[in-house]
Design a protein around this ligand. Sequence first.
Ligand code: SAH
Ligand code: SF4
Length: 386
Amino acid sequence: MIIDPWLLKLAEPIRLVGLGRKEIAQHLTDLGEELRIEPKKVRMRTKQIFHWIYNYGVTDWDQMTNIAKPMREKLAQYFSLERPEIVERLVSEDGTRKYLIRMSPGVEVETVFIPDVSKTGALCVSSQVGCTLTCKFCHTGTQRLVRNLTPAEIVLQVIIARDDLGEWPTTQENRKLTNIVFMGMGEPLYNTQAVGDSLDTICDPEGLGIGRRRITVSTSGVVPEIGPMGERTSAMLAISLHAANDELREQIMPINRKYPLKDLMQACRDYPGLSNSKRITFEYVMLKGINDQPWHAKQLIKLLKGIPAKVNLIPFNPWPGTDYECSDWETIEAFADQVNRAGYASPIRTPRGRDIFAACGQLKSESEKKRASDIRKDVRASEELS
Ligand code: SAH
Ligand code: SF4
């Protein structure tokens, strides 16, 4: 596509942060003449810019000292390094940080940084605004899908956390943001392409440099996407299981009607690279009187037979309007012991950031699905204000 530079001069600068190598190269090619970048130099310039953005986290073109000033000025004219607005930033007493990020008018997502006890920490990123699935115990499930996030919007969640933690450059030692979990808002496997593309940038060793083994993609069980996602990303897999028989799982997770346990477990057995060192994590939320009895644990053990697995027991996190309650502590411990005795690691996940409503299943933004005309109205209003 040929873009008339005159039109671009009139338009808002294009945000380059969040984009992958290919897209950056494409923009430089499109504007090659205007920027005076020869086609054979596009690759080299892309490499430089990519490195400045994702290794150093620069926010100003003038910081790119290996690019001559006149070219920096031109780049600044067409492209921006600006981050999206952080509408709210909350820090829990346990150190968990939650960001509400406005990607565009009416499109707000939550991202949560969970510091670990050791040196590591995980960033819980969102893949969609809202969710089409309606798991009964999940707060996000009560928010209709607004839209899928783009690869850049997923990458930007990592950038914002890095900015806030002061962890530039990437090569800095003892970084706390070491792991990424797709356990925020939305179902990543209903947005597999964007998740895959975002990981190319997040895992690029010359960029944000997070190893693929440190990425976990969690799914409620979108069976046909599990294998392709594994092939494409080499990420670790987590399955939101929560029940080990179809009848109960259907009640609490309607997706089970479409993809029953038999198919889900087969997709797990076939997961690319599955081995004892690349086990699947099965998440199991402890719901009082629903799925927490010894016979439930027995069914779970039977279901997992032969799969290199680990079970994460998640105490249910309450949210306004829910009818569920969290199982008693003794019940959770007894369940964990039973699973553990059968040979599966079964840690009980300590709830993090409950005081700032950042724990599993508590995320929900105010974004509602709007008609395009309403969004245009919002854009006009915000332009008038600025
Ligand atoms: N949609 C994906 C990614 C979200 S992950 C998925 O469902 O896997 C969020 C995790 O928190 C999932 O395992 C989800 O089942 C769990 N969860 C949802 N609501 C919860 C709640 N209220 N308390 C504890 N865990 C919850
Ligand atoms: Fe969606 Fe996952 Fe919540 Fe289910 S648990 S409603 S799939 S975000």
